[in-house]
Design a protein around this ligand. Structure first.
Ligand code: GLN
Length: 486
């Protein structure tokens, strides 16, 4: 029997609207499961009682015009939620209750979704394994003989979707934080074009790269959520003047004639045979669906990771200057103002955040600015130019999402360079501001999920979604973990 929590977001809402399932039953199904899944450590803040109350009220007032009516919905703890603790998984923000709601989350509630709680992530979204969180690591529902990371930074979100603790969620992606955890957990994650979704009310990491996006069980759910969370917002000056689109209604698996690029530079040294085989399988599949495959070149790919790890920390060091012990959350005492600042920042931030602030401050300092920051910005432009050139002859680009499957907890924590290498296939997209999706495409020899990434032209999420939908329908990926943590 299919449990309520196993339904896709789309099917769940249909059943609620046709009164086959009540809002209360839907919320209760998720709450019960989330309560039995504490071991995964997905939730930082639970609003279960509030969600159950709201669902009870919704049950006799079904509003079929609302796109997410009655959907139980937890969100990454990077989105400010009015009156509800928002921490970015940092001690620095413990106890911080925003006076405002982020634009993206307010769109969810306006469409009838129901907040279940806030989901664990890497501290200030800095990380690739969810191990930098002040609230402890998150566990992936997939495991071999060890507990595995869910990826990061939206690790709590990815595990929660995979383990059915929320009907779907929204995460943020600065360098891969939606797509990499989606790949590690067998779920779907879409990073929209920069400017497509408002950043207003999202705790800032690197403002020229951050984007909110859907994390879901399947592609149709991602298209539905995209439709809800996108659109111009005058409160975000980098938000594009493009209105919401009906992505889910235009979703089609007919992709005949689509031109798909395969970038040779993405076959990086040391990439496992399994990942290469998966990629080849994807290429054969789209060919069989009538697509034309073209080898393309993105020659500056190898500079993307170094450029990202200059630009992102530079912006972070500036964004995080606001946490001074005066305005938000945590404060440590000191004998004078300066010592209070120093103590607050020393004790409030974790090691990875401090590393980024140090790197960022260094690359922005006088004498080094031109050599590092300015140079990285120039490289960023070359990377964007590579994509512009490639998209003259193709509609989408197909690559693996990550160079490996999920790894064991603790395996990379002491080695920031190998941790940063996780992002090698995802960061170029952020630097160029493009949309990209990760969809589950198969399993490795240890039965761990692997993802394929599709990259699209600016504001062409529809083609990316259609391409992903067609692949998904053919692969018919099925989650295969047991509820071992209960
Ligand atoms: N893992 C990358 C980092 O640590 C990306 C994080 C993100 O996308 N928020 O910076």
């Amino acid at each position: 029997m299919t449990e309520i929590y196993q339904l896709t977001l789309y099917d769940l809402i249909e059943k609620i609207k046709s009164k086959e399932i009540s809002c209360e039953e839907a919320t209760k199904s998720y709450v019960d499961r989330a309560k039995k899944s504490q071991k995964l450590n997905c939730f930082i803040e639970e609003t279960f009682d509030q969600a159950l109350d709201k669902a009870k009220n919704q049950s006799d007032k079904i509003d079929t015009s609302k796109k997410l009516f009655g959907a139980p919905f937890a969100v990454k703890d990077l989105f400010c939620t009015k009156g509800i603790q928002t921490t970015a998984s940092s001690k620095m923000l413990e106890g911080f209750k925003p006076e405002y709601e982020s634009t993206v989350t307010s769109k969810l509630w306006d469409e009838g979704a129901n907040l279940l709680g806030k989901l664990n992530c890497d501290e200030y979204a800095m990380g690739s394994s969810n191990e930098t969180s002040y609230f402890g690591n998150v566990i992936n529902p997939y495991r071999n003989d060890k507990d595995l990371v869910p990826g990061g930074s939206s690790g709590g979100s990815a595990s929660a979707v995979a383990a059915h603790l929320t009907s779907a969620t929204v995460g943020t992606d600065t360098g891969g934080s939606i797509r990499q955890p989606a790949s590690f957990t067998g779920t779907v994650g879409l990073k929209p074009t920069y400017g497509r979704c408002s950043r207003w009310g999202i705790v800032a990491f690197a403002s020229s790269l951050d984007q909110a996006g859907p994390m879901t069980k399947d592609v149709r759910d991602a298209s539905l959520l995209m439709e809800v969370i996108s659109g111009h917002d005058k409160k975000d000056s980098t938000s594009a003047q493009i209105e919401q689109e009906a992505f889910s209604q235009k979703l089609t698996k007919d992709i005949k004639g689509l031109k798909i690029g395969i970038p040779k530079e993405y076959k990086i040294d040391g990439m496992s045979k399994e990942i290469i085989d998966l990629w080849d399988k994807g290429i054969e599949l789209v060919k069989s669906l009538g697509c034309e495959i073209k080898e393309i070149s993105l020659p500056h790919t190898k500079y993307a990771l170094p450029a990202y790890y200059i630009i992102a920390p530079a912006e972070a060091s500036s964004n995080l200057a606001r946490y001074d012990g005066v305005r938000y959350g945590f404060r440590a005492e000191g004998k004078d103002l300066i010592e209070m600042y120093e103590n607050t920042r020393s004790l409030g931030f974790g090691d990875e955040v401090k590393r980024r602030i140090l790197i960022g401050t260094y690359v922005l300092s006088s004498g080094y600015y031109d050599a590092y920051y300015l140079k990285a910005q120039k490289v960023r432009r070359l990377i964007k130019n590579d994509f512009d050139e490639a998209f003259k002859s193709v509609d989408t680009i197909l690559t693996p999402t990550t160079p490996s499957a999920a790894f064991a907890i603790g395996e990379n924590v002491d080695d920031p360079i190998s941790m940063y290498l996780n992002d090698v296939l995802t960061v170029p997209v952020n630097l160029a501001g493009l949309p990209a999706i990760s969809i589950p495409a198969g399993y490795d020899q240890n039965n761990l999920p692997l993802g394929l990434q599709l990259i699209g032209k600016s504001f062409d999420e529809q083609t990316v979604l259609n391409n992903a939908f067609a692949i998904e329908q053919s692969i018919n990926f099925k989650p295969n973990f047991k509820d071992w943590w209960m």
